[in-house]
Design a binder for this molecule. Structure first.
Ligand SMILES: [Ca+2]
Length: 309
């Protein structure tokens, strides 16, 4: 569930019965708490309040979070599709929980991959493929690919929670939950190495083939408030400094807006990139940076025409 109150995105999670929504420290004017209390005594409320630009604060229930000491310490923007961060990670075993926010316009990108444990095939990964967000699990048997949500590359902030209990996986995307069941044939435990690669990985050749975006790109976009297994927010901006990674900036950069009506001609499709734009001319008879260069077919046609007159 997601509601917008005066430019603030309010996301609400509940364990039992949802009865109230808080905006900052105040309640909506039309809410009567006495009525609510009389109608149901088992009220439980879990509220996360966050702004669109990732400056929000998490409060309430089991989601209480200690913020990093510096503003934006938990948010980074991957700008070139080749960079990644190494986040220390405890092998989750039978239960695991990963929570994060992201914002991107990218259609394909490897977002997270676990490092392997010695002698095991287990892994966990998150990717954007054709604009859709997927989680991949291998608990020691077959790799399974699960859709988290469709068309997530809309340049808007999205909040993702991935929870696994044995072979049951629950995805929460912007407050909408759905549960999937992993098939059996393994030990039901995710046994991986001690690193979660975020934004890409150190070894593209080792990526599992079912990770469809593996040959495309690493993740480009903003990612923030990453929490592993209910821990504190990972200070991604500090990891960027510690690991000396280029092409990652602190904080959440604005989406680029570079395409204009004259960027690509002859019906070429203009796509925004973090570094300018790119014209896709595949559906036109032209090529080149702006789809204005005559195609080989056109040239051959011209030569044929010249040779026949
Ligand atoms: Ca396993």
């Amino acid at each position: 569930m997601k509601t917008i109150f005066e430019d603030v995105v309010v996301e609400v999670y509940f364990v039992d019965v949802l009865k109230a929504i808080m905006v900052g420290n105040s309640l909506p004017k039309d809410l009567d708490l006495i009525d609510l209390a009389q109608s149901d005594s088992k009220t439980q409320i879990f509220v996360i309040v966050g702004s669109q630009n990732g400056e929000g604060t998490g409060t309430g229930g089991r989601t209480t979070t200690r913020r990093p000491p510096l503003p934006n310490a938990g948010s980074v923007t991957f700008t070139d599709g080749e960079s990644f961060l190494r986040v220390p990670y405890s092998s989750p075993g039978r239960r695991g929980r990963i929570e994060f926010y992201f914002k991107t316009i990218q259609r394909h990108g490897v977002m997270m991959v676990t490092s392997p444990a010695s002698g095991r095939s287990d892994f966990f990964a998150v990717e954007i493929s054709d604009g859709d967000l997927y989680a991949l699990y291998n608990l020691g048997g077959q790799t399974q690919r699960l859709l988290i949500a469709g068309q997530v590359n809309d340049g808007q902030a999205h909040h993702v929670i991935i929870e696994r209990d044995g072979r049951t996986v629950t995805f929460t995307m912007d407050g909408d939950r759905h549960t999937e069941r992993l098939s059996s044939g393994d030990d039901g435990s995710l046994d991986v190495g001690s690193t979660l690669y975020v934004g890409g990985t150190s070894d593209q050749e080792q990526l599992p083939w079912l990770l469809w975006s593996r040959k495309r790109d690493y993740y480009r976009g903003c990612l923030w408030d990453l929490r592993l297994d209910g821990g504190n927010i990972v200070e991604l901006a500090q990891l960027r400094l510690d690991q000396g990674m280029y092409f990652i900036t602190s904080g959440c950069a604005d989406m680029p807006v570079d395409c204009t009506v004259t960027s690509c001609l002859n019906d070429g499709v203009c796509r925004e990139r973090w570094t300018g734009h790119r014209c896709y001319c595949a559906l036109t008879a032209y090529t080149g940076r702006r789809c204005i260069t005559g195609s080989l077919f056109t040239v051959l046609l011209f030569i044929y025409y010249i040779s026949t007159v």
